[in-house]
Design a binder for this molecule. Structure first.
Ligand SMILES: Cc1ncc(COP(=O)(O)O)c(C=O)c1O
Length: 443
């Protein structure tokens, strides 16, 4: 005891502070704190990836009913197997196989607590001493945070705005060495709203194969493509290079709070089995928490519905009696509605940006929920950088936007267009008047 203060034998793990300092949520919380609580206007969140609170983004009734039924049945109150419940694994395998030239088996699928846990598992499994991983810049900072926590060295390759945010594959080749385990791609893209073409993904596969690394394909925004390019899953190239596919129902079904995701080995040559990566995944799941059991059943019903919707064959519908047909109709409309809102709101956002001098969007978004704009600070009087811009915008206009530094590129901004179109128009109007107010006056 010193000066009456007892010395305790415990301290918090400081690595946690370092790793969690660079998450989107951490940065957004800091920006949100700048909002004036006395301001009567509502705060418009253009910084997040969760539109579930907006009525137009409410999830499908099918999904809601599936959950209610699962709970009411009292059949899903038990612990889940660590890898997930078989019907849910099977449903996900079938859902993903629809877009692949080979058929996934339920054994290729591991249920996770959202895509977040799938990222955590992948990076933990690959983090042997001395290993490194190649991450996109701009990207999703949870990868950097998890890599830091697992002592996995990070090397960044750029996404190229002038090429529609395609990957700088020459940089990938140059960065990879004998200790590189994997490269991560996010498609459709967060934060850029880009969708990779088949041809580009083929080149990604060839580059990864040449360098002997696996591809982690984060497809959490799968099928949220509303531009000229369709969504192409990286697993299509699973025979060229082993792929770990990450996904969830968080975005396509707009239920991020349900915490259902998956980690899938899209690897028909079974390289990931031979190299014991699959054993590593199972081991990691053995020491992790499992997804909620009744939602896994709900998940299997909704993915089944999607399967029915896409296949549109009566024979498939018969397997579940009348129900799949009802689900088919509901879901078709639901997905179409969501895509239409995203297309409409991305158009609004893109067009309004053109009216604002100090920000430019190099690439019209074609997918996901975001776009990136470059800040021209030389046109602004009293704004130091992207963080300063977002702080002052939050304070003066109650609009939340993510500073580019949070996704790896300084003096850019990430804007979410996945909000109610009327709120988006209002927010873009406020950003415009903020920029006009802070515009440099002619000398
Ligand atoms: C690129 C990317 N990957 C993974 C996740 C996490 O997804 P989930 O909510 O399913 O955990 C997000 C969430 O925003 C994301 O944007």
């Amino acid at each position: 005891m010193k000066n009456g203060t007892k010395r305790w034998g415990f301290v918090a793990n400081q690595e946690l502070n370092t790793a969690s300092g660079i998450t989107v949520r951490g940065v957004l919380n800091m920006v949100m704190a700048a909002v004036d609580p006395e301001d009567p206007r509502s705060t418009i969140p253009l910084g997040h990836g969760d539109p579930s609170k907006f009525p137009c983004f409410r999830t499908s009734e099918v999904a809601e009913d599936a959950i209610v039924e699962a709970v009411r049945s009292a059949k899903f109150n038990h612990y889940s197997p660590t890898v997930g419940i078989l019907p849910a694994r099977r449903a996900i395998a079938e859902y993903l196989s629809l877009d692949l030239p080979y058929k996934l088996s339920p054994d290729d699928v591991f249920l996770t607590l959202g895509a977040t846990q799938a990222i955590e598992i992948s990076l933990t499994v690959l983090a042997r001493p001395g290993a490194n991983i190649l991450l996109p810049r701009p990207g999703f900072p949870y990868y950097e945070a998890r890599a830091a926590f697992s002592h996995l060295e990070v090397r960044h390759f750029d996404l190229l705005p002038e090429k529609g945010w395609e990957i700088d594959l020459d940089a990938v080749e140059a960065l990879a060495d004998e200790n590189t385990a994997a490269m991560v791609i996010i498609n459709p893209g967060n934060p850029c709203g880009n969708v990779f073409s088949y041809q580009h993904l083929e080149k990604v596969a060839e580059t990864a194969k040449k360098r002997g690394i696996l591809v982690i394909a984060d497809e959490v925004y799968d099928h949220l493509a509303f531009g000229s390019k369709p969504f192409v899953p990286m697993g299509i190239f699973g025979s060229t290079v082993p792929v770990l596919t990450i996904g969830s129902i968080s975005k396509r079904w707009i239920v991020p709070g349900w915490r259902v995701g998956w980690l899938v080995t899209s690897d028909p040559s079974e390289i990931l089995k031979k190299t014991k990566i699959v054993d590593g995944i199972k081991g990691c799941l053995n020491i992790s928490s499992d997804p909620v059991t009744f939602i896994q059943l709900g998940c299997s019903i909704t993915t089944w519905a999607t399967r029915v919707q896409i296949l549109e064959t009566a024979s498939m519908c018969l397997q579940g009696g009348a129900l799949p047909q009802i689900l088919e109709k509901t879901n078709k409309d639901f997905f179409r509605k969501i895509i239409n809102i995203l297309r409409q709101s991305s158009d609004i956002c893109y067009e309004k940006i053109k009216e604002i001098d100090c920000i430019t969007c190099p690439q019209k978004p074609e997918g996901s929920m975001f776009l990136m704009v470059k800040l021209n600070l030389s046109l602004l009087e009293d704004i130091n950088d992207d963080i300063d811009f977002c702080y002052k915008l939050a304070k003066e206009e109650c609009v939340i936007v993510l500073p580019g530094i949070a996704v790896g590129i300084k003096n850019w901004l990430r804007i979410t267009f996945a909000v109610e179109p009327a709120s988006l128009e209002e927010a873009m109007g406020r950003i415009k008047s903020f920029c006009q107010r802070h515009a440099k006056r002619p000398q």
